[in-house]
Design a protein around this ligand. Structure first.
Ligand code: ZN
Length: 301
């Protein structure tokens, strides 16, 4: 286990225990989430060492999602995913007319393939061998196993996307610093992460599926993610709700809380969270943030 004694965003040393969560999906172990008193950033602390994190990932995660088309839940999952890919692509088209796109954690490649078909010059990163092979075989994509961004040249990309991936990345500061280096001027970063300030998170408390310890190392809010990117000269230019995630996360949380699949309750909580997300500052269960790389104005000489 690794224990962080400082906040990775503001370097503050006053870390308060926020709550204990169980790893519901794999190990059933208990993990603690702390919150920085200075900047309110939350993170799983202590967390497993980087080389043992792999044990906490469900090995059949991609297979169960992609190959099983039976049942209402899977039918819904596939239908929603198709719709979500269209929405994500439209967002990318709107913010980046340029053509070099990197998708980090591209999974089985559905989104990246849609980008490629829309004319983008694409590159993917996916550490899971099973998912990566499927992306390469099925969509003929260029996907790297290597998660280290030093394999890329300065200004190589015009846009980067990370769909529910940043919360899994151990080297938080280094990653954003590298984004700045590998992006061209005014390059865009699209980041989707769970939002623990949402109403469904408050409702489910330690059962909220968005905590997903220990594989979710970082728990972002709008304020903390904005602060993190600002350190590396990125400006938040847009944020968007992911409304379907509220339902998915609530159904899963309901199962963690009660041990049963309560579709109706999960649906109602998801709907409530979306409505409250629209009318208050809490925000939705998951949020897409768009950051823009700003020019460096001052150079010391
Ligand atoms: Zn802090």
């Amino acid at each position: 286990m690794i224990l962080l004694d400082k906040c990775p965003i503001c370097s503050g040393g006053n870390l308060l225990k926020k709550l204990d969560c169980i790893d519901h999906s794999t190990s059933k172990e208990k993990f603690t989430i702390v919150s920085c008193e200075t900047c309110d950033f939350s993170f799983t602390n202590p967390r497993p060492k980087e080389n043992s994190l792999g044990e906490y990932y469900k090995s059949d995660m991609y297979i169960s999602h992609t190959n099983n088309t039976k049942g209402l839940f899977n039918w819904m999952y596939h239908t929603v995913r198709k719709y979500a890919i269209g929405t994500k692509l439209n967002l990318l088209k709107r913010i980046s007319k340029n053509k070099n796109h990197l998708d980090i954690g591209c999974g089985t490649g559905e989104f990246l393939s849609a980008c490629k078909n829309a004319g983008y010059n694409t590159k993917g990163i996916e550490p899971s061998e099973l998912a990566r092979e499927q992306a390469i075989k099925k969509f003929n994509l260029s996907v790297s196993e290597n998660t280290n961004l030093d394999q890329f040249k300065n200004d190589q990309f015009d846009s980067i996307s990370m769909w529910h991936v940043l919360e899994h990345v151990p080297a938080l500061n280094k990653t954003i610093e590298e984004f700045n280096r590998i992006l061209s001027e005014n390059g865009k970063v699209i980041i989707a992460v769970p939002n623990h300030k949402s109403w469904d998170a408050k409702y489910y408390k330690e059962f909220w599926a968005g905590w997903d310890v220990p594989i979710h190392l970082w728990h972002f809010s709008k304020i903390s993610i904005e602060k993190l990117f600002l350190k590396y000269n990125f400006k938040l230019i847009e944020n968007k709700a992911m409304q379907f995630d509220s339902f998915y996360v609530s159904l899963l949380s309901e199962e963690f809380k009660t041990g049963k699949k309560n579709f109706i309750t999960g649906f109602i909580i998801g709907l409530m969270s979306n409505i409250i997300g629209i009318f208050t500052k809490r925000g939705h269960s998951s949020i897409i943030y768009v950051f823009e790389k700003r020019e460096t104005h001052f150079k010391m000489f």
